[in-house]
Design a protein around this ligand. Structure first.
Ligand SMILES: Cc1ncc(COP(=O)(O)O)c(C=O)c1O
Length: 448
């Protein structure tokens, strides 16, 4: 078992676990063997029973500058001493404008207007609504369809689960999914791309399916295509070389908006502020959340092209242009944290740091090829996945056991289906990457 920290604080003895219903969790099993975290600093958590846990997942792909970076903490505390909250409807605080300006400057091309939400799910809803309303504002209200992608994850709103492509997130709600949505095929193909390092060279042609979907529905009915440039939640599915370019070309040909859901891929995960920059493909709308403020305070949003924003700014000036928004759109604490996080990313050169770490992580994670049950290893930026063969009659159990074993022995990883995923923060040390990988290796060797 992992070493104990000097003074576990606060104590979790006597904590009542009953009332809390945890999201995306096997609650009954969890409550029999809870994993309770009480502190986070840099790359480490401390658990309620005083153990240090190396964070192999940057929180949940969000604490990209590590936990409780002192400069971000200080900015939040300072903001709290000045303004707790002001409504974003018809008034706004200074930090909201400052952060929007900073994000617009970082975003590629002419994506220069930012609409704030509080989470990735809300960011996605926001982007989908903007896409529909944009076409309507231009007199093309017939463009009502969205095209998502199999295995896509776009959060848990009804819009997000509809364009998403994960069956378990959809099946219980099938009666309430949005009408008219279609899906591209995913690009996960072990026969052609197992153990690819970085971007697979096979699979660009899978983008051509968008042509077929357009022919089926007619372009005049399609508002937008929404994809994660690299699929994160489904288990780090890296886009084939040339794939995103082709999707962009087809969207352009038919006047279809392209939305990149960058909730995971933004702010350092792929070594840049946006994956769009890394891939050299500029979408019309980017959704973001998570790493924008290193996970410190909930914040998300959509960044849109100038032409999209301007299409709304045509009618009488006293009328609201977009009937959408949240009480906490651009909360002062979240924006203060965002500004500080961007400053940290710049001043500590964390995008470049992530790019330098990438080959190290790649070599480390691919050393797991040949370990028991491993049928694929893949990686891009600071994201990697190990896919396991399912245990006969017990799909997902192997990966779950690896996850539990790693936590018990001092590292947080993630599992989804039979895939183990890791996503260390941009501040990770080589020794920490080694440790995460060695714990996964050890777990694989003891997992039946
Ligand atoms: C690509 C993508 N979109 C949306 C979301 C949803 O974000 P949230 O959980 O903040 O609602 C996620 C979460 O992981 C995500 O990966």
């Amino acid at each position: 078992m992992n070493e104990r920290a000097a003074s576990p604080e606060p104590s979790i003895a006597g904590l009542d676990l009953d009332a809390l219903w945890l999201p995306f969790t096997h609650n009954r099993l969890f409550k029999r063997e809870p994993r309770i975290v009480v502190e986070g600093t840099g790359m480490y958590y401390t658990t309620g029973d005083g153990r240090r846990i190396l964070d192999g997942l940057s929180g949940l792909w969000c604490c990209n500058a590590g936990h409780r970076h002192p400069k971000i903490v200080e900015a939040v505390v300072q903001q709290l001493g000045r303004l707790d909250y002001s409504p974003p409807f018809q008034t706004m605080h200074d930090k909201g404008f400052e952060l929007a300006t900073a994000l617009a400057a970082l975003a590629p091309g002419d994506l220069d207007h930012v609409f704030f939400a509080n989470s990735g799910s809300e960011a996605v809803d926001t982007a989908l609504k903007i896409a529909l309303a944009y076409h309507r504002a231009r007199g093309e209200a017939g463009r009502f369809r969205f095209i998502g992608r199999a295995k896509g994850y776009h959060g848990v709103g009804f819009g997000g689960i509809t364009v998403g492509g994960m069956v378990n997130n959809r099946k219980a709600y099938a009666s309430a999914l949005l009408p008219g949505v279609d899906h591209l095929p995913h690009t996960h193909d072990l026969e052609h791309m197992a153990f690819s390092r970085g971007m697979p060279t096979w699979g660009a042609h899978l983008a051509n399916e968008l042509e077929n979907i357009v022919q089926l529905h007619d372009a005049s009915t399609i508002a937008a295509v929404i994809i994660e440039p690299m699929q994160g939640s489904a288990g780090v599915i890296v886009p084939p070389v040339g794939y995103l370019e082709r999707i962009r070309e087809i969207c352009d040909r038919y006047g279809i908006l392209l939305i990149f859901d960058e909730v995971i891929t933004g702010f350092g995960r792929l070594g840049h502020f946006f994956a769009a920059e890394r891939f050299g493909v500029t979408p019309d709308i980017i959704t973001f959340a998570k790493g924008v403020n290193s996970g410190m305070v909930p914040l998300g949003g959509a960044i849109v092209r100038k032409s999209i924003h301007d299409a709304f700014m045509q009618g009488p000036e006293h009328l609201v242009e977009l009937f959408h928004g949240y009480t906490y759109s651009g909360h002062p604490l979240a924006c203060a944290a965002g500004l500080a996080a961007l400053e940290v990313y710049h001043s500590e050169d964390l995008m470049a740091r992530a790019r330098k770490l990438e080959p190290y992580l790649e070599a480390a994670i691919h050393s797991l090829k040949g370990e028991p049950h491993v049928i694929d290893v893949r990686n891009l930026g600071l994201a990697a996945a190990i896919e396991l063969s399912p245990r006969p009659g017990g799909a997902t159990k192997r990966a779950m056991e690896v996850f539990h074993w790693c936590f018990d022995h001092g590292a947080m990883v993630r599992y989804t289906g039979d895939i183990i995923a890791i996503g260390p923060a941009t501040v990770a040390q080589h020794t920490e990457i080694d440790r995460i990988v060695e714990l996964i290796r050890a777990a694989l060797r003891v997992t039946p």
